[in-house]
Design a protein around this ligand. Structure first.
Ligand code: FAD
Ligand code: SF4
Ligand code: SF4
Length: 481
């Protein structure tokens, strides 16, 4: 092992410097600065090069983390990039927004008493260095193939599959109903976690590599699903989950109560320079408002922090469980607290008060009771705990379900699970329709970017095997005849 490693004993864990809260709330830029070369090398050198690297096991892509950490510590950056990009189609994006505390870094088994190796930020540093040096190139097939694949959805799952299939020489067309490429990377996740040029850079690379994008194209409306199936040798459905879960409480239908994704999309579009009527009219703009966000996941955290940046008068987050039981990343909660968000744990909305427009949320306090069958403690309302929180903008961030995919695609024969996600054979990612594969959130339910990438890669491999088998079949039949 290189003598540059094992430095965790006398070197503390460090993240890249975070901009101060007062500075960062003034814009939508990312809050973490880049590592400089020396810091990246020093942090990478803390890795103890475990024989059984749990960091790698618990990265959904099984990234070869110990090896690229060692190469980084030794300053061998081009080799580090080559290795890291073998298993990840967007390492600079995962390095920025994976919840590392729950994945790679959370599983780092550096000796007790020492904090984990900083993996995500090093992964980002490796890829940004590669971009600066021109090492990141568009997908370049060794030989072109005549077969084509249609991908519905330009989010991380669709893009990862497009990259892999194009590298294999397929003619790839990606269809998306949005006007930009990236799915939730572009219109869901705010710029302070992931700046938009980072996503657009990947779009450009794929286009330069020969991937065709057909944007503003809603499959099921502009083109039928059957037409897509007829046009391609295989189809991948990577449409994500977009049906917002709702709250059932008196007053929920009044003005000023909006779904999280409408709110975040409007903000992201403004940052991208678009005209957004509902933002300019004030409907989806938190400036000067008392904002209450309901929910405790990543989407809720993105909403509260967006509202702060839009100069809301006050921003309150209501969540019915406690901090330890919230689904959002703890790192993001800490960031939100630093930026001035008021968290009301163990609180749930009882009613929305106002005439035509909301003026307050009536909330109740919650006690966590016995665990249910899933092992999670059941929230129970505390009697006589009603109180009012002033609110003239309420954002509902309670998660997402799949749309009715068989209806959307006019394909009643497409099998879905009881949750509405598309059913696949997990060994192949193929649906019950021959030649139709599915990947990402539409298969898993709302998940993570890194799982979308993983599914996209797996689906691409299966699509390749499927097309190979299809083209071998006539030859095998002829040989047998
Ligand atoms: P998507 O990214 O949703 O992309 C699906 C694409 O399909 C979209 O572009 C959509 O327009 C298109 N589409 C849908 N239907 C059609 C149709 N009929 N015709 C044509 N196109 C269609 N994950 C993390 O790892 N870290 C985070 O910090 C994080 N933060 C998040 C914050 C928010 C606000 C949200 C909502 C999610 C967040 N996630 C995060 C989750 C992550 O964004 C998703 O898991 C991931 O984007 C799923 O990828 P996907 O490719 O399956 O779907
Ligand atoms: Fe960690 Fe995500 Fe990178 Fe895997 S892809 S090493 S989980 S940051
Ligand atoms: Fe290095 Fe931690 Fe992975 Fe071990 S678990 S190889 S110390 S990063």
């Amino acid at each position: 092992m290189s003598d540059k490693m094992l430095k965790f004993v006398n070197t503390d864990k460090e993240m890249p410097k975070k901009r101060g809260a007062g500075d960062r709330v003034a814009d939508f830029d990312e809050i973490y600065n880049e590592f400089d070369v020396a810091s990246a090398e020093t942090q990478a050198s803390r890795c103890s090069q475990c024989g059984v690297p749990f960091c790698q096991t618990n990265c959904p892509l099984h990234n070869n983390i110990p090896d690229w950490l060692m190469l980084t510590a030794e300053g061998r950056m081009e080799e580090a990039y080559k290795l890291s990009s073998q298993t990840n189609n967007m390492p600079e994006i995962c390095g920025r927004i994976c919840p590392q505390d729950r994945l790679c870094e959370g599983s780092c088994v550096i000796e007790k008493g020492f904090e984990s190796v900083t993996i995500g930020a090093v992964e980002k540093h490796i890829t940004e260095t590669a971009f600066e040096n021109g090492w990141v190139q568009p997908p370049k097939p060794v030989a072109e193939r005549s077969e084509s694949v249609g991908i519905i959805g330009a989010g991380p799952a669709g893009l990862a599959a497009a990259d892999m299939l194009r590298q294999n020489g397929y003619q790839v067309t990606v269809y998306d109903r949005y006007d930009r490429v990236g799915g939730l990377l572009i219109y869901g996740i705010p710029g302070f976690k992931l700046e938009k040029h980072v996503v657009q850079r990947r779009h450009t690379l794929l286009e330069d590599g020969g991937v065709t994008f057909r944007l503003n194209c809603d499959i099921g409306t502009d083109i039928t699903f059957d037409e897509i199936r007829e046009a391609h040798d295989a189809v991948l459905v990577a449409t994500g989950v977009y049906k917002a879960r709702d709250i059932s409480a008196p007053g929920i239908g009044m003005g000023g109560i909006v779904p999280a994704l409408d709110y975040l999309t409007a903000s992201n579009r403004k940052s991208l320079g678009d005209e957004v009527a509902d933002f300019d009219s004030g409907l989806l703009n938190a400036e000067g408002r008392d904002v209450v966000v309901i929910g405790g996941g990543d989407t809720a955290m993105d909403c509260v922090r967006t509202a702060i940046r839009q100069k809301a008068n006050s921003v309150t987050c209501l969540y019915r469980r406690d901090r330890a039981n919230m689904p959002g990343s703890q790192r993001e909660v800490a960031n939100a607290e630093e930026e001035g968000v008021d968290f009301r744990w163990l609180s749930a909305p009882q009613a929305f008060l106002g005439d035509n427009h909301v003026r307050a949320v009536q909330a109740q306090k919650i006690h966590l009771g016995q665990p249910d069958a899933t092992g999670r403690q059941v929230p129970q309302i505390i009697e006589d705990s009603s109180h009012e929180i002033p609110a003239d903008l309420v954002i509902k961030a309670l998660g997402f379900d799949p749309e009715d995919m068989p209806a959307m695609f006019g394909a009643p024969e497409l099998e879905v699970s009881k949750w509405g996600t598309i059913g696949v054979d997990w060994r192949t990612m193929m649906t019950n329709l021959p030649g139709v594969f599915a990947a990402g959130d539409i298969v898993r339910g709302a998940s993570l970017v890194v799982w979308g990438v993983r599914d996209g890669r797996d689906a691409a491999e299966s699509i390749h095997s499927y097309i190979m088998a299809q083209s071998d079949a006539p030859r095998a039949a002829a040989a047998g005849a």
